[in-house]
Design a protein around this ligand. Structure first.
Ligand code: PLP
Length: 396
């Protein structure tokens, strides 16, 4: 139906794509302020508070965080152009659609990508990381690039084990991790895992609108950026770092998003607390998987130790098109579900359960899926909603 002629749908829209996520009213209110002079003292105080406060979310004590106006794709680019030189070899893993897009971007910059093929149902295999790095005696591989939570499939790679594999191989490559759909939702420890560059965006676990591209950078990666030769302008860390010292930016920052970020940091770190945030996401993910299994659908993630706490991918049975299913659910129940991306288009849909979410919001979304499956004629074994409610009634 043409959205311009669609009648008004009363009630709240249910946004259950795996990002952008629901922006809490508190964050919306925090951003609803006049934009101030980004060269004045009030702005500097705001920026310094954000730059310092956000480190806790990355679980990073030393190092630098850069907050660019942009999206996750920009942060991917920032990570590459600041640390690497033309022709450098990098090791990447085909975990899904986003890993493939990042690979494509790396190739556009003339990097030589060793892209380990995958089935889009498993995460990065730490044994292959070790094998490839041990075989690289000349240390030609300059970086290992992994997507922590593959949003297109609902598979979370075991980054701690990837780091251990790199240590066993005694290889000096940088470790760069895309945490776009895990930061602020799934435990992510930049210091402990010695991640050199973390890539993130504002629109997922941070509960903000799209518009910020974040990179969190170790001292090792920051030092590497001084010698790296890929051309960079907008994304240059060094210029950003100089300006950030005093709370300023080399160009116009996303001022109102920083108001929102300050509020979101307070909610995640100081009020709910990261441990509770992670447990809440695990519980919602578990309830969602319980629902999917009870309906009789197959999870995209084939490895239980890699189940994602922020999104769940589920296959529809053969002959049922995910694109038409989501269109029906949107039209009938005002519920947005995640699309099947890349190789999964037409086959699997995704339920986003990250960001500002509680039990009843999740149940509402699962009700929409269950009613949608019935209307679409998908044979279901049982009530996933009832099974999810039973799970949610149990203690955490
Ligand atoms: N990486 C992951 C894991 C993502 O989920 C996305 C987007 O959903 C991106 C990168 C790209 O980010 P953006 O769309 O903000 O450019």
């Amino acid at each position: 139906m043409d959205p311009r002629t669609k009648p008004y749908q009363p009630g709240r829209h249910f946004l259950h794509i795996p990002g952008p996520t629901n922006v809490p009213d508190r964050v919306l209110r925090a951003m609803d302020r006049p934009t101030i002079d980004h060269r004045g003292p009030e702005f500097a105080a705001l920026a310094l508070e954000c730059l310092d406060g956000i480190k806790a979310v990355f679980q990073l004590r030393a190092g630098h965080v850069f907050l660019f106006p942009g999206s996750g794709t920009g942060a991917w680019e920032a990570a590459l152009v600041n640390t690497l030189s033309p022709g450098d070899r990098v090791l990447m893993f085909e975990t899904g659609h986003f890993a493939t897009l990042w690979r494509n971007l790396a190739s556009k910059f003339g990097l030589q990508v060793d892209f380990v093929a995958g089935d889009w149902r498993h995460g990065v295999d730490p044994r292959i990381v070790e094998e490839r790095l041990v075989a690289d005696r000349a240390h030609e591989i300059k970086a290992v690039l992994c997507v922590h939570n593959e949003t297109s499939t609902g598979v979370t790679s075991r980054i701690a084990e990837v780091r251990r594999a790199m240590d066993v191989a005694e290889h000096p490559a940088l470790l760069m991790v895309d945490a776009v759909s895990s930061l602020g939702s799934i435990d992510y420890c930049q210091d402990e895992w010695r991640v050199d560059v973390t890539i993130a965006g504002s629109q997922k676990g941070l509960m903000l609108p799209p518009g910020l591209a974040l990179t969190a950078v170790s001292e090792k990666a920051f030092t590497a950026s001084r010698a790296a030769r890929l051309p960079r302008g907008f994304w240059a860390w060094e210029e950003m770092s100089e300006a950030n010292q005093a709370g300023y930016f080399p160009y116009t920052p996303a001022t109102n998003l920083l108001y929102g970020l300050r509020e979101a940091i307070s909610m995640l770190v100081h009020e709910e607390g990261l441990d509770r945030v992670f447990r809440r996401h695990q519980r919602h993910a578990d309830a969602t998987r319980t629902a999917v299994r009870t309906w009789g659908l197959e999870l995209v993630c084939a490895e239980p130790t890699e189940y994602s706490s922020s999104c769940t991918g589920a296959f529809l049975p053969e002959g049922f098109d995910e694109v038409r299913f989501r269109a029906l659910v949107l039209d009938r129940f005002n519920l947005s579900l995640g699309a099947g991306l890349g190789k999964l288009r037409g086959k699997a849909f995704r339920i986003g359960h990250l960001g500002d979410l509680n039990d009843l919001m999740l149940c509402g979304a699962l009700c929409g899926v269950e009613m949608g499956l019935a209307e679409f004629g998908v044979p279901c074994k049982g009530s996933g909603v009832q099974a999810a409610m039973d799970r949610l009634r149990q203690p955490v």
